[in-house]
Ligand binder design. Structure first.
Ligand code: GAL
Length: 314
């Protein structure tokens, strides 16, 4: 048998960014490999009937404080008598001159498909298959590594595509930028209470960065009697992700190990009848079973291990 290191693919070359389905907005994600000419971002969704505005930001980093530079801010506005799109660039906390496009092809209550096509000098945006605008870069595209979606928008899917699929091979899944948010509420180990338990339809989202020399990462749900019916543990020693039963029995999640040092991760747990569905970095990874009564008795989310957190949402 070959030694383990010979069998493992090189993570940085191997990972392709999976599409993200039905993300919770506000949604912030790392663009693996950053942006470069020849890449496309596809956004499929719908505009709520009462939408005022939404924005799609191609950001330089993902810190919350100070605000990161935004190379491309694409901002449809529906609340004026003439709906329009504003594009702009935020540099060192200051907006540059706004560019404005009337005749917005997006409508309240309607679904859409928006494509951002990144060229050498400018981004071209098409809406529902028609060219809509082009916006020349005011900051270098190479600084962009984060996509942020905010405001009144319902997102069905986000895709990351290459015009030339053969180019991607050598690009690196980028190192995450350190977060400047120093909220004590996000210090690990971290806990959140659910005073009324959980019920089907609820979603728990945890986003963060894996530390440089990680050992493990544990996410658990405790009930009112301090039992822990749900534990998800990533072990960096043997590179496995597993559900751990209250009696210590391990059920491995059969999928490529998607946690890497200094890289972004997003764990999503969707409560449903009979259990919890898991998605990691937008990829569905099955479910763990839990009866309705056990779900309702859950009172606390606990996170510990070798991670830095920037968002817990439920
Ligand atoms: C501001 C608005 C920002 C951003 C900016 C773009 O008025 O508050 O959210 O849209 O315009 O120029």
């Amino acid at each position: 048998m070959l030694p383990r290191e010979k069998l493992d693919p090189l993570p940085d070359r191997f990972i392709l960014q999976p599409p993200v389905f039905y993300p919770v907005v506000p949604y912030v994600t790392t663009i693996f490999g950053g942006l470069h000419a020849g890449k496309m971002v596809m956004l499929q969704g719908a505009v709520p009937m009462d939408a005022r505005r939404f924005q799609v930001d191609f950001q330089c980093g993902c810190s919350l404080q100070p605000q990161p530079d935004i190379a491309i801010h694409f901002n449809p506005r529906f609340h004026t008598s003439k709906p329009h799109v504003i594009c702009n660039t935020l540099h060192n906390g200051r907006w540059k001159a706004e560019a404005r496009w009337p005749n917005l092809a997006l409508q309240r209550g309607a679904r859409f498909l928006i494509l951002f096509l990144f060229g050498n000098e400018e981004v071209k945006v098409s809406v529902n298959g028609q060219h809509f605008l082009h916006y020349p870069y005011r900051l270098p595209l190479s600084r962009v590594d984060t996509l942020g979606i905010f405001g009144d928008i319902f997102v069905e899917a986000v895709g990351f595509l290459n015009i030339n699929p053969f180019e991607e091979g050598e690009r690196e899944y980028p190192v995450g930028h350190p977060f400047l948010l120093k909220s004590p509420r996000l210090t690990v180990p971290c806990s959140r209470a659910f005073p009324r338990g959980l019920w089907p339809g609820q979603v728990i989202v945890v986003r963060g960065l894996v530390l440089q020399e990680p050992k493990d990462f544990t996410l658990s749900l405790r009930d009112e009697s301090a039992h822990t019916p749900v534990t998800l543990r990533a072990s960096f020693v043997d590179r496995t992700l597993a559900w751990i039963s209250p009696w210590g029995r391990k059920t491995p999640v059969l999928a490529p190990f998607l946690f890497y040092p200094q890289r972004f991760f997003e764990v999503l747990l969707l409560c449903q009848e009979g259990g919890l569905r898991l998605a990691l970095n937008g990829q569905g990874l099955g479910a763990t079973s839990l009866c309705q009564e056990a779900l309702e008795r859950l009172r606390e989310l606990r996170i510990s291990g070798s991670v830095q957190l920037f968002c817990i949402h439920y």
